[in-house]
Design a protein around this ligand. Structure first.
Ligand SMILES: [Zn+2]
Length: 77
């Protein structure tokens, strides 16, 4: 194999690795975004039950916090 062929082969492999790394980065970013939007944990650190997340997919609070905040807003109203 000539030197130039070897250089091409290395450049090829490097491009392939960079492509793979780029895809991994994108996948990690997507996973991180999903984790943030569909966090299974409340701000207080309590885990939000799966049943509750399925019933109210947009919820970001556990039942205790939700009840507390609802009670507060009702008192204010
Ligand atoms: Zn909570």
């Amino acid at each position: 194999m000539s030197v130039s062929n070897r250089a091409f082969e290395l450049a090829d492999r490097r491009a392939e690795e960079e492509r793979a790394a780029g895809i991994r980065r994108v996948q990690q970013a997507i996973r991180a975004a999903i984790d943030v939007t569909a966090s299974s944990f409340c701000d207080c650190g309590e885990r939000i039950p799966d049943a509750r997340r399925q019933a109210v997919p947009t919820t970001t609070r556990c039942i205790d916090c939700e009840t507390f905040i609802e009670r507060q807003s009702r008192r204010r109203a």
